[in-house]
Design a protein around this ligand. Structure first.
Ligand SMILES: N[C@@H](CCC(=O)N[C@@H](CS)C(=O)NCC(=O)O)C(=O)O
Length: 221
């Protein structure tokens, strides 16, 4: 008899086309694949709509991903990745200096880069046809562009943000590859190449296939 994986991740059973392959359970799938840890999936409805009571019990904001392992239920992709990183030094170095740097890049992805790109996406989503759309977007864009300029300078000609791939790269690449403002990424050849390098990793490719498969099962071609 095959044993059930000890880890369960929650993902949506449906999202609009433009979000497919970009939902944040990708980060968790990718990290688990990097270290060969199997997981089972719990697919929930309610993307962008009403959330079930069970969902809200597990994730106070009614979002995905959710991660379960034994008695532990975790939400927030950054916290989930830190937990997974503890399991394997291929994701999070054991050396305290390298580990500290990797964690700093994880926070940078979530706290210094993603918020500006996310806010621009929301302004576009909610602002279509609104008189405030142009001014709001115009006011925020320089902040986002500046962050990517600074990130590009920090990366330079290196392959990864530090001297090897870590969860800091995984999160940063996920933030960059999913932004609706791809032109800001493409403006920096090194950032575009960095995203290509990360998304060429077999662990990323199989994570993408797994997320897409969940949607395709629901809507067979
Ligand atoms: N800060 C959260 C954000 C999670 C998030 O934005 N999840 C989106 C999918 S990518 C979601 O569930 N959105 C539906 C909603 O907010 O109702 C994390 O990193 O886990």
């Amino acid at each position: 008899m095959t044993q059930q994986p000890a880890i369960e991740i929650t993902a949506y059973d449906w999202v609009p086309d433009m979000a497919r392959g970009k939902v944040k359970d990708m980060r968790v799938r990718w990290a688990l694949n990097e270290i060969g840890l199997p997981y089972k999936e719990r697919l929930v409805g309610g993307a962008g709509g009403e959330k079930s009571a069970d969902h809200l019990d597990d994730q106070p904001f009614g979002q995905v991903p959710i991660y379960k392992e034994g008695d532990l239920t975790l939400f927030e992709s950054g916290a989930i990745l830190l937990h997974i990183g503890e399991k394997d030094e291929r994701l999070l170095p054991r050396d305290p200096v390298a580990r500290g740097r990797a964690i700093a890049w994880m926070f940078a992805a979530l706290n210094s880069v993603e918020p500006f790109l996310q806010a621009l996406f929301l302004i576009d989503l909610r602002g279509e046809g609104q008189p405030w759309h142009g001014p709001a977007s115009g006011a925020l864009q320089p902040f986002a562009e500046n962050r990517l300029q600074q990130l590009s300078a920090a990366l330079g000609e290196r392959e990864w943000l530090e001297d090897r791939f870590t969860l800091g790269d995984l999160l940063m690449i996920d933030v960059l590859r999913t932004t609706s403002k791809q032109q800001f990424v493409r403006a920096h050849a090194n950032l575009a190449a960095y995203v290509e390098r990360g998304t060429a990793r077999p662990a990323f490719r199989s994570a993408l296939a797994a997320q897409m498969a969940a949607f395709e099962e629901r809507e067979p071609k």
